[in-house]
Design a protein around this ligand. Structure first.
Ligand SMILES: Cc1cc2nc3c(=O)[nH]c(=O)nc-3n(C[C@H](O)[C@H](O)[C@H](O)COP(=O)(O)OP(=O)(O)OC[C@H]3O[C@@H](n4cnc5c(N)ncnc54)[C@H](O)[C@@H]3O)c2cc1C
Length: 443
């Protein structure tokens, strides 16, 4: 029997545990998490707060009992405060103050990430929220339900900030969306796409404050105003969404770390200590677009890395395929999907790239049900390998991005894409498919 202790029972820890329990007989699995709940899909918070779905109940996909039924031991509301890596022991404390001790053969660190708090005066005032845990989603929903909360400031126009800004607007609030960058979604999309998103947000009544750095939250007990370098704005509530950092407290003095403090792992999810694996938001990941190790906090990556760790611990060697950071966002009916690097992100990372754009209808013009699609393919200048793609439409164009994800993973060049066999049927696309057209237009 191999005993594996998994610290953190959310997406990454759950995937590792299920892989071990479902595929290997000789595994003793102990899961430990400090929270009251597990498997909460934070991606659904904005849908629920914005009342696009009926409630939060469907946002959990497993529970404590499911693991117990598989023979695992699961300790909820138990915080691990120390790991003795030499003696292979984990020490924690339950919510009642009872001490817990577990020895391990293998340890999986799946401690995730935590939201970054803007380092400005007034950040501890009441009415200032984060949006990570289920409990934080509940708190935001409770506040937004109050008539006294009329104006909501969202700090950070990444995908979480933009989604919660939409949700607050759907609930009838005045919404101010701040970002130090000059536009929304700057990490994943070029301006050709975000100009449309910014217009979409403004057209739906969201008050955009881009290129403004928030300097202070003002108030006596409760937040009453947000001060940026451009002005002071009265608000009733603030939602911080400026990003996440890895939660790598437990192993930071023992394990090798990445520049941002995440646990550095290899393609087997193994850390610098062979008995210790790290998965999900607390660990690094290999980017096929950059061809180097990086940090991308996404649930999709958390699940995959958990599976990889599970197989390797169980005894079936599996190497991670690396990732492209594929992502999507759907706001007031405008859909953006991307994979790999935008032109801006590639240049920031020192890659010399070119790009090719095309804009067309989804279907032949004779089809009534139709919409415009924009596509940009980014490729490396010398090697001509595809390193990124972005698509937007009011149509569901999401499936197209998966092909680009595979293209990046496999090092496909822009030239190999030009005459790729893409089917044509008027119900779905044009004979001169926009993917083909964009590729053919490449220099
Ligand atoms: C609002 C929101 C929307 C999102 N939308 C998307 C989306 O659409 N698509 C997508 O791919 N990703 C999305 N994400 C990101 C995604 O939620 C994270 O990437 C994912 O949760 C990472 O999973 P994880 O298991 O690695 O870490 P976490 O979810 O952070 O879980 C870590 C777990 O470890 C536990 N823990 C930590 N320290 C200890 C300790 N010392 N002792 C015991 N337990 C501990 C915590 O309680 C927690 O349960 C979203 C995130 C948010 C906040």
């Amino acid at each position: 029997m191999t005993k594996t202790v998994i610290i953190g029972a959310n997406h990454a820890g759950i995937a590792a545990a299920n892989t071990l329990l479902d595929n290997f007989k000789d595994q003793e699995v102990v899961l430990i998490d400090r929270n009251t709940n597990l498997s909460y899909l934070g991606c659904g918070t904005a849908l629920w707060v914005g009342r696009q779905i009926d409630g939060y109940e469907g946002l959990f996909y497993t529970n404590k009992e499911a693991f117990e039924a598989k023979g695992a031991k699961i300790l909820m509301e138990t915080s691990v405060d120390r790991v003795d890596f030499e003696g292979k022991k984990v020490y924690g404390v339950t919510k009642d103050g009872e001490k817990v001790e577990e020895s391990y053969d293998k340890l999986v660190l799946a401690t995730g990430s935590r939201p970054i708090s803007p380092n400005v005066p007034g950040r501890d005032l009441e009415g200032i929220h984060f949006l990570k845990l289920f409990q934080e989603g509940q708190a935001v929903d409770r506040e937004i339900s109050k008539d006294s909360v009329k104006t909501v400031a969202v700090i950070g126009a990444g995908y979480i900030g933009v989604e919660i800004a939409e949700a607050a607007k759907r609930r009838g609030k005045n919404v101010l969306l701040f970002d130090a960058a000059g536009r929304s979604l700057p990490s994943y999309y070029d301006t050709w796409f975000t100009d449309d998103m910014d217009k979409n947000l403004a057209d739906h009544g969201i008050d955009l404050h881009f290129g403004e750095l928030v300097r202070e939250y003002k108030g006596t007990n409760r937040v009453e105003a947000v001060v940026s370098d451009a002005g002071e704005y009265p608000v009733d509530m603030v939602i911080n969404a400026i990003g996440f950092g890895p939660n790598a407290e437990l192993g930071k003095d023992h394990l090798e770390l990445f520049a941002n403090g995440a646990y550095l792992v290899d393609r087997h999810q193994q850390t610098s200590d062979p008995a210790v694996y790290a998965v999900g938001d607390c660990a690094t990941i290999y980017s096929n677009a950059l061809q180097k190790t990086t940090y991308i906090a996404l649930a999709s990556n958390a699940v995959r890395t958990g599976i990889v760790a599970g197989y390797n611990i169980g005894g079936t060697p599996v190497e991670s395929e690396g990732v492209q950071g594929s992502n999507g966002i759907s706001i007031f009916g405008l859909n953006l999907v991307s994979t790999g690097l935008s032109v801006e992100a590639a240049e920031k990372n020192g890659l010399k790239v070119k790009y090719t754009d095309h804009e067309a209808l989804q279907r032949p013009a004779f089809m009534e049900d139709n919409a415009k699609v924009k596509i940009r393919i980014v490729y490396e200048e010398d090697s001509r390998r595809i390193v990124g793609a972005q698509l937007s439409s009011t149509e569901d164009i999401s499936m197209g991005i998966h092909m680009f994800s595979l293209a990046i993973a496999k090092g496909v060049t822009i030239d190999e894409l030009k005459l790729l066999d893409l089917f044509f049927l008027p119900h779905f696309n044009e004979p001169y498919n926009y993917i083909t057209m964009a590729a053919l237009k490449a220099e």
